[in-house]
Design a protein around this ligand. Structure first.
Ligand SMILES: [Zn+2]
Length: 349
């Protein structure tokens, strides 16, 4: 089969012909239809330890058709369309059993990093990881639902706890995940301030329903949020960028009892700068602030996100699609911060 492989750490992806993966008794084999391309994949190629062996096929935001089942698999059948959960988990630990599987201490890693992923014509996955795609949701939409849309679902609902009328700051609002967070925050009842740094990303955030745009090129984030909110600040700030500047600005933009949700991650190895920021405990205590790490989603949250797509209450924003061979070009555009919304690979059927 054709695959885009990461031959070694830090190298560009290249097209290769490799064997169709063999499956174990608890696995399924998918024919890949569409695969999302986002910063998570780009970053993992540059951070030591994320990819467990080389060559590796990246990609985890997948929609595919089940074409083969392991002997023990009963919950899906050949012909089903499915997407997948990004974390390889044990399924039996305290966290796996309490709906917090992304904290599984026995996890060997992630799909596309600790096992081969979806930049390929076929992909093997543990059956535990797959989620059925409902009729009426396209392959492309379902692929990016698995991360770019589901991640904001969890962040808005469980971490930011957005309710009707809440003021919500989305930092990095025009990116692949942020653009869906704008929609999800609106759907949760929030009044959304969308912050980003390019005209096209701000325009895309506006198209997705943002109530106020904050152009961070034009001045300090905190000052602009204060101006827009009449000095009050926001009830929740969700930071998809995760730099020292954005985290510091997001925390200082919170109103009393505000929630900062950290999603964006900028590993020093990939970005060359330390993103740690300073927290004044008196500020957190005095205003009863909350700081949340929001780590991906549960299997159930992927299913709920797919249902929102089926109901047409969320729109998947995919600005560019590429053939499989275009994966490295897509990665380069992401490195240049030149993509609005999500990019995806479409595999010929
Ligand atoms: Zn576990």
């Amino acid at each position: 089969m054709k695959a885009m492989i990461l031959p070694e750490f830090g190298a560009p992806l290249r097209l290769a012909t490799v064997p169709v993966p063999k499956i174990g008794p608890n696995d399924v084999l998918l024919r890949v239809r569409a695969t999302g391309v986002g910063l998570t994949v780009v970053i993992m190629t540059r951070v030591p330890g994320r990819v467990t062996s080389f060559p590796r096929i990246p990609g985890h935001e997948v929609a595919g058709e089940v074409v083969e089942l392991g002997a023990e698999v009963a919950q899906v059948k050949v012909g089903d369309r499915v997407t997948c959960h990004f974390y390889l988990t044990c399924g039996v630990c305290h966290f796996c059993r309490s709906g917090r599987e992304t904290l599984c201490p026995a996890s060997p890693g992630n799909v596309g990093m600790a096992c081969d992923g979806a930049y390929a014509e076929y992909m093997a996955l543990p059956a535990r990881n797959v989620v059925a795609i409902p009729r009426g949701v396209s392959d492309l939409d379902a692929a990016i639902a698995a991360d770019a849309i589901a991640t904001p679902y969890h962040a808005c609902r469980e971490e930011a706890r957005i309710g009707p009328g809440d003021l919500v700051l989305i930092v990095g609002a025009g990116g692949g995940v942020g653009i869906h967070a704008v929609q999800m925050a609106k759907l949760s009842g929030g009044w959304v301030l969308a912050a980003d740094i390019t005209d096209d990303k701000l325009a895309a955030a506006k198209d997705s329903g943002a109530d106020e745009l904050i152009d961070v090129r034009r001045g300090d984030l905190v000052t602009q949020v204060a101006k827009v909110t009449g000095g009050r600040g926001v009830d929740a700030a969700i930071d998809f960028v995760g730099s020292r500047e954005t985290l510091d600005g997001s925390l200082r933009s919170l109103a009393r009892a505000g929630r900062l949700v950290i999603i964006g991650s900028r590993p020093t190895a990939a970005f060359g700068v330390d993103s740690s920021f300073t927290v004044d405990p008196r500020h957190v205590l005095g205003s009863m602030l909350e700081i949340h790490g929001s780590r991906y989603v549960t299997l159930t949250e992927i299913a709920q996100t797919l249902e929102l797509l089926r109901q047409r209450r969320i729109r998947a924003i995919v600005s560019r699609t590429f053939p499989l061979e275009g994966a490295e070009e897509a990665h380069e555009l992401l490195r240049q911060n030149a993509l609005v919304g999500r990019a995806a690979l479409i595999l010929a059927s």
